[in-house]
Design a protein around this ligand. Sequence first.
Ligand code: PLP
Length: 401
Amino acid sequence: MSETEALRDRAAGLDKADELGALRERFVLDEVVYLDGNSLGALPASVPGRVADVVGREWGRLRIRSWTESGWWTAPERIGDRIAPLVGAAAGQIVVGDSTSVNVFKAVVGAVRLSGGPQAGRDEILVDASTFPTDGYIAESAARMTGCTLRPLAPADMPGAAGPRTAAALVNHVDYRTGRLHDLPGITAAVRDAGGLAVWDLCHSAGALPVGLDAHGVDLAVGCTYKYLNGGPGSPAYLYVAERHQGAFDSPLPGWNSHAEPFGMRAGYAPVDGARRGRVGTPDILSMLALEEALTVWDGVSVEAVRAKSLALTDFFLECVAAHVPAGLVASVTPAVHAERGSQVALRCDRADEVMDELITRGVVGDFRAPDVLRFGFTPLYVGFAEVERAARVLGEVVRG
Ligand SMILES: Cc1ncc(COP(=O)(O)O)c(C=O)c1O
């Protein structure tokens, strides 16, 4: 049996034994190997019907009545509570709305204020040096607004750097480019021991691996819903404010939706209690209810099982790449150690942009990140092992030229 045949056999066996395999039916997919769910998750099959109902009946026929009768007004907290178990949070701490960028702003400024800020001698915001750009841009602006200095650092150096001047640390749980999983429990504990607050960006971990927000004492967190949570293009993000901070959380965007009495139309602002304090303005109902429906694919699914399959998929992909791609043509920048790996594999490669274009033409969809990285995301809810073997085989053909 050739090496290729052996790998295909293994893939077939792994697919047969896969307890999550049947979940693929909950999505609209085709023969394309879709390894870009870390950028835009696939469409859950029940979403189009739900969106049609929201538009046709709730908006079309009930109109304004839907704010109460269809539960539109309470959707941000209700959907937050649906996301909560996926990231290890008890109910009442997550609110859905706005983009991740906007929530990074609320969380970082809110964290500095909770820490006491420069008046309490806390005038530094730590940020991971390789952060997704929007987090860095917004943290820099938040630092200027609050009278702090931004200190970019490797996440591994944050525990040593956190001290009496630390107001907050903004860290990506999984690095968007390399797929490296950072030490959320360790960094959170070190920042908190130093008297600062830890703010985590969960965009690349929520829905792919256990996060344990409550268990690890995270202070604030944000994340998007269009990647592993499959909420759809531009679906709203979320903000987690740990219950112990909610009473003192002072949002820098105190819109009327977070007023204690939003319909009192008062001149002065008085914040509502709980997760709702993170709301700003009118929620984007169409996207939000599409997300709510998308989250039903998680019914009966454990995040631990998803993590086990994710690691099996990325291990198998690396093994298939080693077998199918001639040595030296690609190099993985994703950690080999499971404890440091998210749910993607990033391969450095010459002419990576052209290679990705050719892969897409041949039915294997990942993405390219400048300057030279091929990114492949593995969504355990719908990616199978035979697809993984095919992706690596096609990659080998393409890079050989
Ligand atoms: C880690 C991370 N943070 C933030 C963002 C930006 O989110 P948004 O466009 O929802 O503001 C992204 C988008 O891909 C991301 O990957």
